[in-house]
Design a protein. Structure first.
Ligand SMILES: [Zn+2]
Length: 444
């Protein structure tokens, strides 16, 4: 299946690295100049740092550009024009889309887009869907509401742009969505890993076996690390009899990374984004594979409210694979987004990524899909509890399961846990994004 027909944009997706980097530098210079000249916020930020458009001549110069982060947005949004503040680079009359972040802490961040920005987001997403085998013969089901969150809006628009038939499954409840998918023989859907597993659980209760009774063969997941956690991916693929592809993005950035059919990591869409990885503690730029850090990202084509060197706090690492079998030259991230720098917290002095716990729990077939991690402090000592659900038919195996979990958690995370076994179906279920990691030391 190699050849032009596997790329949405055969030229940009296979551009030699050197040319791609020239293009990225040019696009960075353009967006930097645009923001400097059109946004009072950016102009002030860069003036204070003593940097102006003519100063960006090489990739190294980009590192001199001050980073921005979410916390700054809250101050910006208190200023004119309402409600976006002086980061806005276009007149308010040019704004056609409003979205906001769905973060669980603090005030949401408002995101403005022009029609051109919005259309550009759909175009970037088409690269992903096409790489995952979506074609105009597909019938997409979108199980999300008409909402202020970005969720799967771009999936919807990209599906249309690609020529697929798009079914908005918004106001229906889970049961009705499953029945509609069955009735219309939908072939693909986009959802969070939590909801993909939750829907399968509901279908089974309704007497519907997704692999046999439904027609979904491709699922694109986003919003949580699960799509790149092998054990979670296997659970989703087994539950639906479908291929599951991971996708990374956020409200402020857009959809910057995705898996192709060969699934050896997330390709960064380098035609639209510049992704840098930096050391969480020292801020040093990481270019080599295998070293984790947080992503600093620039959106090249979003004109209303550009993200220039935005500290995303997404923890990622470069892959050692230099050339994917698909022939794309876009660089690969190994293992997807491992979590947020804020969530990757120190417990008993050890760095703990929640995705590592997920991999252990979901690889034990006698356990349900849900789990919860609670970190507390007893005196000066951190205490970590893992709550899991035991499948009803597996109650007799509890001591063997306890042993496996203890051993695997030790190996994968270097920590010891209090294990709590709960009855199947008793831990909280989530509709969209799950909140399974609770750090009570911070009063979270
Ligand atoms: Zn590839």
């Amino acid at each position: 299946m190699k050849g032009v027909e596997q790329y949405w944009n055969p030229i940009l997706e296979t551009l030699p690295r050197e040319k791609l980097q020239q293009l990225q530098l040019k696009k960075f210079q353009n967006i930097f100049k645009w923001a400097y000249e059109h946004s009072r916020f950016y102009h002030k930020l860069y003036s204070e740092a003593g940097i102006e458009p003519g100063d960006i001549r090489t990739f190294d110069d980009i590192l001199k550009v001050p980073k921005i982060e979410k916390a700054m947005m809250r101050d910006i949004q208190g200023k004119d024009p309402f409600p976006y503040g002086d980061i806005l680079c276009v007149p308010l009359t040019a704004v056609t889309e409003y979205r906001q972040t769905s973060g669980t802490t603090g005030q949401p961040i408002y995101q403005a887009d022009t029609w051109q920005d919005w259309e550009g987001g759909a175009e970037a997403y088409c690269y992903a869907l096409y790489a995952q085998g979506y074609r105009d013969s597909d019938r997409l089901f979108v199980p999300f509401g008409y909402n202020i969150f970005i969720a799967f809006w771009t999936y919807h628009y990209a599906g249309e742009k690609l020529g697929c038939e798009v079914i908005p499954g918004g106001v229906l409840n889970t049961e009705a969505r499953i029945l509609k998918m069955q009735e219309l023989r939908a072939t693909a859907m986009g959802a969070t890993p939590t909801y993909v597993l939750g829907m399968a659980e509901t279908a089974i209760k309704m007497g519907i076996e997704p692999p046999k009774d439904l027609f979904i063969r491709k699922i694109t997941v986003a919003g949580e690390p699960g799509g790149s956690v092998p054990a979670t991916r296997k659970r989703m693929e087994d539950a639906w009899g479908a291929k599951v592809y991971d996708q990374a993005g956020s409200t402020e950035i857009g959809h910057w990374g995705w898996e192709c059919r060969y699934q050896c990591g997330l390709h960064v869409n380098e035609a639209f984004y510049l992704a840098e990885i930096e050391d969480v503690d020292t801020g040093e730029l990481i270019t080599e594979p295998g070293r984790r850090g947080k992503m600093v990202i620039t959106t090249f084509d979003r004109l209303a409210q550009p993200c220039i060197r935005f500290d995303s706090k997404d923890v990622i690492e470069w892959s050692a694979i230099e050339k994917c079998e698909c022939g794309r030259t876009f660089r690969l991230i190994r293992g997807g987004v491992m979590g947020r720098a804020d969530d990757i917290t120190k417990v008993k002095g050890v760095l703990l990524a929640p995705a590592a716990i997920e991999e252990v729990v979901r690889a034990v077939p006698q356990l349900g899909d849900e789990y919860e991690v609670v970190v507390t402090k007893k005196g000066d000592i951190d205490d970590i509890t893992l709550k899991v659900e035991l499948l009803p038919k597996c109650k007799a195996e509890i001591s063997a399961i306890r042993e496996t979990l203890t051993r695997e958690l030790r190996t994968k995370t270097n920590l010891r846990y209090n294990l709590e076994f709960h009855d199947y179906g008793t831990l909280p279920r989530y509709e969209v994004k799950a909140k399974r990691f609770k750090d009570l030391r911070k009063g979270d």
